[in-house]
Design a protein around this ligand. Structure first.
Ligand SMILES: Cc1cc2nc3c(=O)[nH]c(=O)nc-3n(C[C@H](O)[C@H](O)[C@H](O)COP(=O)(O)OP(=O)(O)OC[C@H]3O[C@@H](n4cnc5c(N)ncnc54)[C@H](O)[C@@H]3O)c2cc1C
Length: 342
């Protein structure tokens, strides 16, 4: 049996949230004495196999279909259901299926739960299968404010993995939690092709283009995020933040006030009702640090806050706090970075 992990890819590499999901999958497989396998949508060469093997995955499934010309949640779930039940290569059915708790991962696993009738635990931070056979998970509830221990007793457990489940520097190239590949270290990943059987109704929803990819760095996977809140002052105030983000190769994220005011689109919202981010650096500008906002950025490795109010809640939660007007601090930062780069 295997633990199967659905991975999302970008520019030929596993995304950070998927790498975290894979790290949790590898530990679950290790605890159960099983192998971890990865599945992705695309051809055998659609993803760099090196980091996958390093993270403990020895078996890969490249899911391809002429009818899958974009993201199709139910079709993806149908494909995973078929793959989990009868994977090529003779490993036997999957005992668990994991995916990152991204928009796509959460949606696909919800469909998979509906198709298979198997239980789904969302936003897990760890999972193990001790000797009694049940899967024990720790998962985030209340937007990460509470950690719940849960036991899943089912032939196949479905788990989504929280964006901040594993520290950013522990994925994907850390020591392989699943041990050494059969055939020795460096034996690498064996990739099997898988052609799913899809019904017409599985393709009712099919997203052929991805808005965020067209616009550059995606918020959910960015290593650096420049965040703006009400303190930015209005839609025009985001130009310096965009400039800084461009220099840092960062994504722009915003608070809910900003999206509610219509200054920026909802897809840029960070927080409980927005995207959960786990970048190396989160630069929060003019954001007070409400609990619902922090729920979305607490996975950031380093938080730097820029705020005129030293008593704003975010100042106590940040690793570094700059007391100042963002309209002065951001242009000064941009100038300093430009000067340094000549
Ligand atoms: C059910 C629910 C879900 C929610 N989900 C989310 C969510 O997903 N994400 C989210 O963000 N919020 C969410 N909220 C809203 C949240 O409670 C806050 O209202 C919101 O995060 C505040 O946004 P803000 O920090 O931009 O604005 P404010 O709280 O108004 O803070 C603005 C900050 O900017 C500072 N400032 C002002 N001018 C400047 C300047 N020139 N330079 C520097 N600093 C300046 C101020 O000192 C202040 O700290 C949710 C609320 C509820 C009830």
């Amino acid at each position: 049996m295997t633990v199967l992990c659905l991975i999302e890819t970008g520019a030929g590499r596993i995304t950070d949230p998927s790498a975290r999901a894979l790290a949790v999958a590898a530990r679950l497989a290790d605890s159960a004495g099983q192998d971890v396998a990865v599945a992705w949508f695309g051809g055998p060469d659609a993803v760099d196999a090196g980091p996958l093997a390093t993270a403990g995955a020895w078996i890969g499934y490249a899911i391809e279909s002429d009818r899958l010309t974009g993201y199709a949640p139910q079709a993806w779930a149908r494909a995973l259901a078929g793959l989990a039940a009868d994977p090529p290569g003779g490993t036997g059915p999957a005992s668990a299926v994991l995916a990152a708790a991204t928009d796509h991962g959460a949606e696909v696993l919800a469909h998979l739960g509906a198709l298979t009738g198997m239980p789904l635990a969302a936003n897990c931070v760890s999972a193990a299968r001790p000797s009694d056979g049940a899967v024990r998970v720790v998962r985030q509830r209340w937007a990460g404010l509470v950690l719940e221990e849960a036991v899943i007793e089912a032939p196949m457990a479905l788990l989504t993995v929280a964006a901040d489940a594993v520290p950013g520097d522990a994925v994907p190239g850390d020591a392989a939690p699943g041990g050494t590949a059969p055939g020795g270290a460096g034996a690498g990943l064996t990739v099997h092709g898988f052609r799913p059987e899809l019904a017409e109704s599985d393709l009712t929803v099919l997203a052929a283009t991805a808005q965020q990819r067209r616009e550059g760095v995606s918020l959910g996977t960015a290593r650096v995020v420049v965040g703006g809140g009400r303190g930015v002052g209005g839609p025009d105030g985001f130009a310096p933040l965009e400039e800084l983000a461009g220099l840092l190769g960062a994504a722009v994220g915003v608070s809910r006030v900003v999206t509610s005011e219509g200054w920026r689109p909802h897809r840029q919202q960070v927080g409980q009702t927005g995207t959960k981010i786990a970048p190396d650096l989160y630069l929060a500008c003019g954001i007070s640090g409400a609990i619902q906002h922090m729920a979305g950025c607490q996975g950031a490795k380093t938080i730097v806050a820029i705020n005129t109010d030293p008593g704003a809640p975010i100042m106590a939660k940040a690793d570094y706090a700059v007391v100042g007007d963002l309209h002065e601090v951001i242009p000064a930062l941009v100038e300093a970075i430009r000067a340094r780069r000549g």
